[in-house]
Design a protein around this ligand. Structure first.
Ligand SMILES: CC(C)(COP(=O)(O)OP(=O)(O)OC[C@H]1O[C@@H](n2cnc3c(N)ncnc32)[C@H](O)[C@@H]1OP(=O)(O)O)[C@@H](O)C(=O)NCCC(=O)NCCS
Length: 197
């Protein structure tokens, strides 16, 4: 399978820049949908990005294939430095659920995580998406800051509610996961050609 490598700067970024939001392009970084040959690199990236749960390689291969259209990979000089996986909720097609996001330590602090999600949201497969959801633990301040910035650039409200409780759902072994819901939002200039009901 051939990876598509031509998605450097996206229409959404131009549109958002036109609206004077702070979406700066990153030098020499290519953002594209992942493909099957990325599975092992993604697995290694996630393993090096605590507190993310480590995935099986099989899980990452599914993300890079079945969920490729709603996932994004960032590479710089051929090295994978960022990855975001997501999917549209089966019973809520206007919602993109952000499954995992990881940015290599060397690339943090440049809003790459935000760029990955803006890339996904700019795609035709997300033409009818108006809400972004994810879960974050209370102690993950970097992730919370990143989603705050995504809400700001989308000019959308952000709500936090408890979703998976440490004792009731996570066996007491994992911090509670709080649902973050951003929306409703509209993406200016988004390609509507693949809009699904
Ligand atoms: C969360 C994560 C994806 C953010 O990616 P990013 O592209 O660095 O995001 P941003 O540049 O917007 O920075 C977000 C916050 O990270 C922190 N940060 C900034 N520079 C940093 C650096 N060099 N190293 C570590 N954290 C840094 C800051 O708190 C920043 O918020 P601020 O800009 O309001 O100060 C990344 O930190 C990461 O991969 N963390 C480990 C995996 C993880 O926690 N994933 C999310 C699970 S819900």
């Amino acid at each position: 399978m051939q990876c598509s490598r031509n998605r450097k700067f996206l229409s959404i970024e131009r549109e958002l820049q036109d609206r004077k939001f702070e979406v700066e392009p990153l030098n020499d970084v290519v953002i594209r949908p992942p493909c099957v040959t990325d599975g092992a690199s993604v697995n290694a990236l996630i393993a090096g990005c605590p507190p993310l749960d480590r995935n099986s390689l099989y899980c990452n291969l599914l993300q890079c294939t079945h969920f490729s259209a709603t996932s994004a990979l960032a590479e710089q000089e051929g090295k994978v430095i960022g990855f975001a996986s997501g999917y549209r909720l089966p019973d809520e097609s206007e919602t993109l659920f952000a499954w995992q996001v990881a940015v290599d330590r060397i690339a943090r602090g440049q809003a790459l995580g935000k760029h990955l999600f803006l890339d996904i949201l700019s795609r035709p497969v997300c033409a009818s998406v108006s809400v972004l959801k994810t879960t974050v633990t209370q102690s993950n301040s970097a992730s919370q800051a990143m989603f705050d910035k995504i809400a700001a650039v989308l000019d959308a409200p952000l709500q936090r509610t408890l979703l998976f409780d440490r004792d009731r759902h996570l066996g007491g072994s994992h911090s509670s996961e709080f649902l973050i819901s951003i929306g409703p939002f509209q993406i200016p200039g988004r390609d509507q050609s693949d809009r699904r009901k």
